[in-house]
Design a protein around this ligand. Structure first.
Ligand SMILES: [Zn+2]
Length: 102
């Protein structure tokens, strides 16, 4: 069972949290053989992306892949780094903060 993405107000052009329009997130539960789905809408226009998901697979924008396949692609883009069995925040800012603390 996947963790749910935190609920959002989905206001259009909401820059209050990230300083840029926040992605609008809509969810639909799995029904019979249809997988559960997230619909992501751009915060500034009507561009959209569908993510269909189950425990053993993930389809993003019509592209099908295993969870491990998507991890290999998305983790570097999200600055998620593996350290042994752990995942760490490798975001440039987080890294700089850590270095400053030393
Ligand atoms: Zn947009």
């Amino acid at each position: 069972m996947k963790q749910e993405i935190r609920k959002r107000a989905n206001r259009f052009y909401d820059t209050s949290r990230f300083g840029q329009p926040q992605i609008r997130v809509y969810h639909r539960k799995a029904v019979k053989k249809k997988m559960a789905r997230y619909l992501l809408k751009c915060g500034c226009c009507e561009q959209r992306l569908e993510i269909w998901y189950a425990d053993d697979g993930l389809e993003i924008g019509g592209v099908n892949g295993t969870i491990d396949d998507w991890r290999e692609i998305l983790f570097p883009l999200l600055f998620v780094e593996r350290k042994g069995k752990n995942l760490i925040d490798g975001k440039p800012k987080a890294r700089a903060k850590k270095a400053a603390r030393r």
